[in-house]
Write a protein that binds this ligand. Structure first.
Ligand code: ATP
Ligand code: MG
Length: 568
């Protein structure tokens, strides 16, 4: 899309990042090209915060005819990265985005980064410091007090080159020496006080094996990787604002005229109420079995949201709606759920499912009779058509939809009361059957044959207080339904000093109902199929545990935000 398009489209005003990009395009900066990147560290599964960053980076490239790279920031040699790499790729694709070319890895640039480090040494801009790490950090000073120069700061270039080569060749132990950029210990920005750019780590890397025992620090690797990849706009979260002077300083000294030069732009990270968004904490939940893996439907991971029944479109819309901010804030998780309901309302077929069945025998309905009654699939969308539902003498309704001693305002079934069965007939309750302990086991009702739905008869226009969903007992199929609720009962589970975030886990975040009855059209439901169970909420077929003949559904969200009410 050209600059003019985005502006004249007039859908909404530009956000501050779009403004920067449009200015750069107008000024022909970097040949008016746009290339962004998404740079996850493969040390966990992606969460909804990452989704925001993905939608932003890929979205910007789409708006301006650009490209987006997927780059794994694997400067930390870690062991189990392969699983994470694969999951990250899958999640980005599922969200609906394709990166340019192959996925890239910072470790692919270790040779180039090493060369650049040598170049800094050669120009007198980096030195080896072999003081103890504690000593180096002691000399850093404070935000109000300048730091102290290392006694090794003025080593000769030759000596530095020799030491750096020996560092690379493995002659020193972990922590014995580091390479530091020579910038200034009196800088008001702590990150500019001769930051460490290479360290020794005798550890095998999942891609480079044992080739390296020195690894670049994030600040050195990141900007230079952007530069290597011809990234034009390096969008990152606010905490990196204070690193930007270093990002620019390094480029100033390594940049070659005529090449693409990246700019770092910061935006506020997404924070969601009732949610934890740190990979370290999410890993804790997984490792301590407080959830059932990274894709547990209660997890704020992309794979968890997917399994819960979120659609990629609803996540993209959410990311778009919240926009980009320059200041940190907290977004209400209800907004994410709202975006989901909006999407599912339009796209998911309505079906009938009874989660806590109560049997009804319709005594005046012939035993051998069955009728197939037409019912629309989605009142929001006629094009989704109709289907037929079987009706017979024995049906199930929700236990909740019957009360023996009903208060006045109870508009569902009660003794001697009449209700409408959605898309079928009116029934009246005549008798309540109980077991020895007094539990209601069955209701005896009669139906009025003149009240058939859609018949247009006078009787069917009679006023009844409630309309219930139901399924025919002999046609129903069995399913397990998992009711998920928020994982945390606190708005900011990670924000308490005296308490651990795990103290706020919602003990009722999962309820399993194993005796649910579904209308027969759901027999062939496949993994990830999404439905609105009428009057109950949105549900999807669990992609991990559901099998033909052994259906498992997850409740994605109830129809309305019950938490909003609870908190008022
Ligand atoms: P975490 O703190 O959750 O472990 P991280 O920032 O360490 O996340 P990375 O893998 O380094 O995770 O993140 C990849 C990209 O996603 C970075 O550009 C980062 O800024 C962005 N990102 C991470 N969390 C959020 C968030 N909550 N909102 C927006 N962007 C985020
Ligand atoms: Mg990180």
């Amino acid at each position: 899309m050209s600059t003019e398009n985005k502006e004249t489209e007039g859908k909404k005003s530009l956000n501050f990042i779009e403004s920067i990009i449009e200015d750069d395009i107008k000024n022909k900066k970097n040949n008016a090209e746009v290339c962004t990147r998404f740079p996850p560290e493969p040390n966990g599964y992606l969460h909804i915060g990452h989704a925001k960053s993905i939608c932003l980076n890929f979205g910007l490239a789409q708006s301006y005819n650009g490209k987006t790279n997927l780059r794994f920031d694997d400067t930390n040699p870690e062991k189990e990265e392969v699983e994470y790499v694969e999951s990250i790729k899958e999640d980005v694709n599922w969200l609906g985005f394709n990166w340019d070319g192959e996925a890239r890895f910072t470790s692919d640039y270790f040779d180039q980064l090493y060369e650049w480090a040598v170049k800094l040494i050669n120009t007198g801009l980096a030195y080896i410091d072999d003081q103890a790490p504690e000593e180096i950090s002691k000399q850093k000073g404070t935000p109000t007090q300048p730091g102290i120069e290392s006694p090794h700061r003025n080593r000769s270039i030759e000596e530095n080159l020799d030491l750096f080569t020996r560092m690379k060749n493995g002659e020193f132990k972990n922590g014995e020496c580091v390479l530091r950029a020579k910038i200034g210990m009196d800088s008001p920005n702590m990150h500019m006080r001769d930051p460490i750019i290479y360290r020794i780590l005798h550890k095998e890397h999942h891609r480079t094996g044992n080739k390296w025992c020195i690894y670049p620090m994030y600040d050195f690797a990141h900007g230079q990787s952007d530069y290597i990849e011809n990234i034009t706009h390096s969008v990152c979260t606010l905490e990196f604002e204070v690193h930007r002077p270093l990002y620019d300083w390094l480029l100033n000294h390594l940049y070659t005229e005529g090449t693409i030069r990246p700019t770092q732009i910061e935006f506020a990270r997404l924070n969601l109420s009732y949610t934890i968004m740190s990979k370290r904490k999410l890993l804790e939940l997984v490792e301590e079995n407080l959830v059932n893996g990274w894709d547990d439907p209660r997890m704020p991971t992309i794979t968890g949201l997917r399994r819960r029944g979120f659609t990629a479109a609803s996540i993209r819309n959410f990311a778009d709606t919240i926009g980009v901010a320059k200041r940190n804030n907290v977004i209400d998780v209800a907004l994410l759920e709202h975006s989901l309901r909006e999407d599912l309302n339009k796209t998911s077929p309505r079906v009938m499912a009874v989660l806590n069945p109560l049997k009804i025998v319709i005594t005046n309905y012939p035993e051998d009779k069955e009728e197939w009654l037409p019912i629309e699939n989605n009142p929001e969308d006629e094009s989704m058509g109709t289907r037929e539902m079987p009706f017979s003498r024995e049906i199930y309704i929700e236990q909740d939809d019957f009360m023996e001693d009903a208060p006045k305002k109870f508009f569902r079934l009660a003794p001697d009361k009449e209700v409408r069965l959605k898309a079928a007939y009116f029934i009246t309750c005549n008798e309540v059957i109980k077991d020895e302990s007094g539990n209601i086991t069955e209701l005896r009702c009669t139906y009025d044959p003149d009240t058939k739905s859609g018949s247009g008869s006078e009787a069917s226009k009679r006023k009844v207080k409630g309309t219930l969903h139901w399924v025919s007992a002999k046609h129903a199929i069995d399913a397990e339904v998992r009711l998920y609720d928020r994982l945390f009962i606190d708005e900011d589970p990670g924000g308490h000093k005296e308490k651990d975030f795990k103290d706020f886990i919602n003990p009722d975040s999962l309820k399993v109902l194993s005796n649910c009855k579904l209308e027969p059209s759901l027999k062939d439901a496949e993994a990830e199929d999404k439905y609105q169970f009428q009057r109950l909420g949105y549900f999807c077929v669990d992609r991990r545990d559901s099998k033909q003949g052994n259906l498992v559904f997850n409740r994605t969200v109830p129809l309305k935000d019950s938490w909003g009410k609870k908190n008022k």
